[in-house]
Design a protein around this ligand. Structure first.
Ligand code: PMP
Ligand code: GLN
Length: 385
């Protein structure tokens, strides 16, 4: 029998699916895969339901509904001071996953080098490899996930086509500083390269920090593709509505990929997201404040159980080092033990590495009800204290 694509066959089922299934099988509290356990904003759900019943359910325009593209241009101006031409610079996709795939397939040619920061989100590398790209990894150093000019100098070259920057960073919960972004911009410019900016957690930043999109830095407007996700901004991860904002010359090849990947995205969800993006500032600050409180709640619980908690500046996640528990085995073994014996699912951080992994840390997701977070903390304390 002939086999399937060798690059894809080399990958297993994604770690998120693996641990969500295991959590169901063992009745564990699922702090693995990143999804909120509440219903999401009622008015946004209502807007989707109304649009489903009252508006067209046929193919919307390939680039997205005008109302959503206009709302995205307004959003970019309101939060980041960006002037965006909604007709030429905004495209709606079926989730950030599709936006990323369209950017990578639309821009990479065989042999192009792609710079990535490790730990990295799991969907980047398989798509880069399918496109024939050659990954160049920059390994970030915990606990602050830092990197140096020399690290970038070793990864970038005249062959660099683009860098993928995930900020805030899953799973490390790092928010890149203005200085770090300026350094990245300098290298992107110097290599005459592009930046695919995965900013799905743009509104989930804590402790008074501000998310700075790379595209707002000097010289970056024509080099960056900014990706967002309604799934994260409205706590509706199943909706899979994503978006790309980029200069016309960059967006055009990406639109070519999108037209053959999914072509469109459900119109009622687009209408509802357009409505949601217009919500007042209180919605967006409230979302971050809510998650910040949940981060603190879970972090306290994990620390009380004896694990070492790493800083979390943004996203849905907090990382913990489990070595103080005395567990013998790697992060994968610890997560299996946690899920099947202790009743709490988490994600091994090594799953976010292609090179030599960090294998003594696990990722917990805190976008859950306080009762669930407390129950998980109780189980951890019962097991390790
Ligand atoms: N990028 C990162 C860093 C993520 O954590 C996720 C999680 N879902 C995605 C992209 C995908 O977003 P979406 O669900 O909108 O496809
Ligand atoms: N982004 C989510 C996470 O990191 C998972 C999305 C998925 O399951 N592919 O947990």
């Amino acid at each position: 029998m002939k086999t399937g694509n060798a690059i894809l066959s080399g990958y297993g089922t994604t770690v998120f699916e693996v641990f969500s299934r295991l959590a169901v099988e063992y009745g564990a509290i699922n702090l693995g895969q990143g999804f909120p356990d509440d219903r999401g904003p009622a008015d946004v759900l209502d807007a989707a339901a109304r649009a489903l019943l009252e508006d067209s359910n046929q193919y919307p325009p390939m680039m997205g509904l005008a109302a959503l593209r206009q709302a995205l241009a307004d959003h970019a101006h309101r939060f980041y001071g960006l002037e965006v031409d909604w007709q030429r610079e905004v495209m709606v996709t079926s989730g950030a996953t599709e936006a990323l795939t369209a950017c990578l397939l639309g821009l990479i040619e065989a042999g192009d080098e792609v710079v990535l920061f490790e730990p990295l989100y799991d969907s980047y590398l398989p798509i880069i490899r399918l496109a024939g790209g050659v990954p160049r990894l920059v390994s970030l150093r915990p606990p602050d996930w830092s990197f140096s000019r020399a690290d970038l100098a070793a990864a970038f070259s005249s062959r660099t086509k683009l860098v993928v920057l995930n900020d805030p960073l899953n799973p490390a919960a790092k928010v890149f500083s203005a200085e770090e972004l300026a350094l990245i911009a300098e290298f992107v410019d110097g290599a005459d390269a592009y930046a695919v900016c995965d900013e799905v957690y743009e509104h989930l930043v804590f402790d008074g920090r501000r998310h700075i999109p790379l595209i707002t830095l000097p010289g970056m407007r024509e080099r960056c593709l900014k990706i967002g996700s309604a799934g994260k901004t409205f706590s509706l991860t199943g909706w899979k509505v994503g978006y790309v904002t980029a200069a016309p010359a960059l967006l055009q090849p990406v639109a070519k990929a999108h037209q053959y990947l999914t072509f469109t995205t459900p119109p009622n969800l687009q209408t509802a997201v357009a409505y949601g993006l217009g919500k007042d500032d209180g919605y967006f600050t409230g979302l971050a404040a809510d998650l910040e409180a949940k981060r603190d709640r879970l972090a306290r619980g994990i620390a009380a159980a004896g694990l070492t908690v790493l800083p979390s500046a943004g996203s849905y996640f907090v990382i913990a080092d489990f070595r103080p528990t005395g567990f013998v085995g790697n992060d994968e073994a610890f997560c299996r033990h946690l899920t099947t014996e202790i009743g709490v699912a988490a994600i091994p951080v090594s799953a976010f590495y292609a090179g030599p992994p960090l294998d003594h840390c696990i990722r917990f997701c805190f976008c859950k009800s306080d009762a669930l977070l407390d129950a998980a903390a109780d189980r951890l304390a019962g097991a390790f204290r």
